[in-house]
Design a binder for this molecule. Structure first.
Ligand code: HEM
Ligand code: HEM
Ligand code: FE2
Length: 482
């Protein structure tokens, strides 16, 4: 048996559950892309399906499925690594399984509500049953409660498993601290006020503090485990970096929240506070690039799981470019005054979510794929993962480029030059730099979707092929009995 092929220990129940997490995540990813493509087509041809599922419905489904599948992937990653980190089965695995299927059923019902019900009377019953109406957090209150229960059981399982193992590592401490914040912040999104400023003020606690603080730290934890697993980086090294990154993420990201408080009716001091702290938010992202390159370089990329290492490096750069560079571009109040709410935000949103979170989840998916098949762990490589990654990255840069150009046109023509008048609005939206990009993003959407289909095929087959090859190799040298 070769040095890198070894017998894999039996999977824990939590890891079997994690496999389901990834199956569902990748399926929802496909739905996300489908709704994104329909939304992009409707921007070209607004009549299309106007009576069936209008643009706002598809857009809502596009961003909601995104949040759900990425979060499912990240939680799945923790369920995958937790038994390895603690050396035991997850405490409360039964509850974890039950709530998981409740969440899956809830998400399906919710998609049906968005598609077929959409509206209700302007009463509390609509908020509880159908829709809350805040972007990204449109889900009705019953779904909110189910999600909080899901995170609560997850948090309990992490804490109880850690305590039962009596092996409290630095990474686990960071994880527990982070999950408390993640669950608590979600409840801020359930605060309801007819005062729009108050409503937006707390809504951002979820939207910004999730993706720029608690999710970022959760990814740091998963990266720490993945680096140890994929490259054998010593725990001391990854944990030292993790502590530094956590300090920088929270140190800059909490008050960086102020970059969303410039124009919503909050006091003026947020201009200075938000501008200053959010401008420093790229710092931890630079640290993460240095960290990943330092570790990967030390091993000259001699990885046993090439696609996972590829997505790990893509994550480091993608997070920095999508969140750090595209975010920084529009974060100073002097610039944001003109660019706020243009498609520059959508450009940044696509590249940041792709770089920071999609890349992480795909890295984890390949780690799981390496171990999900047989009782044997083999080096993972294929021709197809490169096509999948290449097409998806090319496509998302195309979409981001298109949104950036149209956002720039809005900023320049509609805002800076035209002073936000109705005539300036028309001039910007009919300008070729705006109008042409609608077609480009639709085209690049198909490129991403093609990459996705190859990804699904690859994830399905890559482990199987590797195992078959390993068996053949073992048979050739006449050794091994597994
Ligand atoms: C992974 C991390 C990040 C993700 C996923 C992310 C995602 C997003 C998304 C989706 C929006 C649009 C929100 C809306 O619908 O109104 C947004 C807005 C914004 N983001 Fe980020 N972001 C991240 C990190 C950052 C960082 C590090 C910075 C600053 C350096 C930043 C600066 C901004 C600004 C200034 C806006 C508001 C744009 C406007 O006024 O229209 N973001 N972000
Ligand atoms: C098939 C590929 C895709 C297409 C065609 C597509 C298209 C679109 C369209 C048309 C919108 C609405 C923009 C608007 O309101 O004017 C949108 C919003 C958004 N999409 Fe995509 N998208 C795709 C893939 C993705 C991926 C892979 C991600 C993230 C991983 C993503 C994240 C987002 C986000 C965060 C928003 C909201 C942006 C904001 O509020 O500023 N999309 N997308
Ligand atoms: Fe933000």
């Amino acid at each position: 048996m070769s040095a890198t092929t070894r017998v894999r220990p039996k999977l824990y129940e939590a890891q079997k559950l994690a496999i389901w997490y990834f199956v569902v995540a990748i399926a929802l990813f496909g739905l996300q892309l489908t709704f994104g493509l329909i939304a992009a087509y409707q921007q070209l041809n607004p009549e299309f399906w106007f009576e069936v599922a209008p643009f706002m419905t598809n857009r809502t489904l596009h961003v909601n499925t995104m949040v759900v599948w990425l979060l499912v992937g990240l939680v799945g990653g923790v369920y995958w690594f937790l038994p390895q980190e603690t050396g035991r089965e997850v405490v409360g695995i039964k509850a974890a399984k039950i709530i998981w299927w409740v969440i899956v059923a809830g998400v399906l019902v919710l998609a049906g509500i968005y598609l077929f019900v959409q509206y209700g009377p302007g009463e509390m019953s609509t908020l509880w049953l159908f829709m809350e109406g805040r972007e990204y957090l449109e889900a009705p209150r019953w779904v909110d409660l189910a999600l909080v229960l899901w995170v609560a059981i997850f948090l309990y399982n992490v804490i109880a498993t850690t305590l039962a193992s009596r092996r409290i590592t630095g990474t686990l401490m960071v994880l527990i601290f982070d999950l408390v914040a993640l669950g608590a912040l979600y409840s801020a999104g359930m605060h309801y006020s007819i005062n729009l400023t108050m409503d937006q003020f707390l809504w951002w606690w979820v939207v910004h503090l999730w993706v720029e603080a608690t999710w970022e730290v959760l990814v740091g934890v998963l990266m720490a485990w993945s680096l140890m697993y994929l490259l054998g980086t010593p725990r001391k090294v990854v944990e030292t970096w993790l502590f530094l990154e956590v300090a920088l993420v929270f140190g800059t990201g909490i008050l960086g929240l102020g970059h969303h408080y410039f124009w919503i009716g909050t006091p003026e001091y947020w201009l200075g506070l938000g501008g200053f702290f959010s401008a420093m938010e790229p710092l931890p992202l630079v640290a993460m690039v240095v960290h990943a390159l330092y570790d990967a370089g030390g091993h000259r990329l001699m990885a046993v799981n090439k696609p996972a290492v590829f997505w790990l490096i893509t994550q480091a750069f993608g997070n920095f470019i999508g969140a750090g560079v595209w975010g920084f571009m529009q974060t100073l109040p002097q610039i944001n005054m003109y660019s706020h709410g243009t498609q520059l935000a959508a450009a940044h949103g696509h590249l940041a979510f792709f770089g920071a979170y999609l890349s992480t989840v795909l890295m984890l998916a390949y780690i799981v794929a390496q171990n999900a098949r047989e009782h044997i762990q083999v080096p993972l490589d294929s021709r197809w993962w490169k096509w999948a990654a290449g097409l998806m990255i090319f496509g998302i840069f195309g979409i981001t480029g298109a949104f950036t150009i149209s956002g720039f046109t809005q900023t320049l023509i509609e805002r800076a030059e035209g002073g936000s008048t109705w005539a300036a609005f028309i001039r910007a939206y009919t300008h070729p730099w705006y109008a042409n990009t609608l077609g480009w993003r639709y085209f690049f959407g198909w490129v991403v979707l093609t990459g996705y289909l190859i990804l699904v095929y690859d994830l399905w087959t890559i482990g199987k092929k590797a195992v078959t090859h390993a068996r053949a190799a073992v048979a050739a040298v006449g050794g091994g009995d597994d």
